[in-house]
Design a protein around this ligand. Structure first.
Ligand SMILES: Cc1cc2nc3c(=O)[nH]c(=O)nc-3n(C[C@H](O)[C@H](O)[C@H](O)COP(=O)(O)O)c2cc1C
Length: 145
């Protein structure tokens, strides 16, 4: 199974989650930063995972731009999952569902429910247990493949 994890990260927390997901999936799952993503990275993949922090109630600008450009371009029903990182606020906005909506518009099919991971402040760190949560989430995704 070939997996690509695409992630945006300002302070490194989302990247830590992405690396943990890739490690948990194993099988040489690859992590690429959204700013470095190229459409050719999608060649031959079976699973695409997108993650980013919530910034101003929504996905990062880079993520939105990449996903807009992918509209209608994914291999039909390519399996995907999405996650975001966020602070614990009463009103926090969303990135994971918006990314899922855009990946569906790109032609993909959600394989497992999206997941939120929590940071303590805008620069982090991650709350205790979030890396373990990422590893478990990734294993559940793998079991759906
Ligand atoms: C300018 C800015 C706006 C933010 N807006 C939100 C927000 O709307 N909702 C939220 O839950 N977190 C918000 N955050 C917190 C980020 O989600 C947090 O910085 C991020 O999860 C950390 O991940 P990273 O280390 O990968 O950048 C914001 C952070 C910054 C710097």
């Amino acid at each position: 199974m070939k997996t690509l994890v695409v992630c945006d990260s300002n302070y490194g927390n989302t990247k830590l989650i992405a690396l943990e997901i890739a490690k948990s999936i194993g099988e040489s799952a690859k992590v690429v930063l959204t700013k470095n993503f190229k459409e050719a990275d999608l060649n031959g993949i079976d699973l695409l995972i997108f993650g980013c922090p919530i910034i101003g109630w929504r996905p990062t600008e880079t993520t939105l731009k990449v996903l807009e450009n992918l509209k209608g371009k994914l291999k039909k029903d390519l399996k995907f999952a999405t996650f975001d990182t966020r602070v614990k606020l009463f009103i926090h906005g969303d990135a994971k569902e918006k990314m899922a909506e855009m990946l569906r518009a790109a032609g993909g099919k959600r394989v497992f429910e999206s997941q939120a991971f929590y940071v303590k402040g805008k620069e982090g760190p991650l709350f205790p247990g979030e890396l373990e949560k990422a590893a478990s989430w990734a294993k559940l995704i793998k079991s759906k493949m």
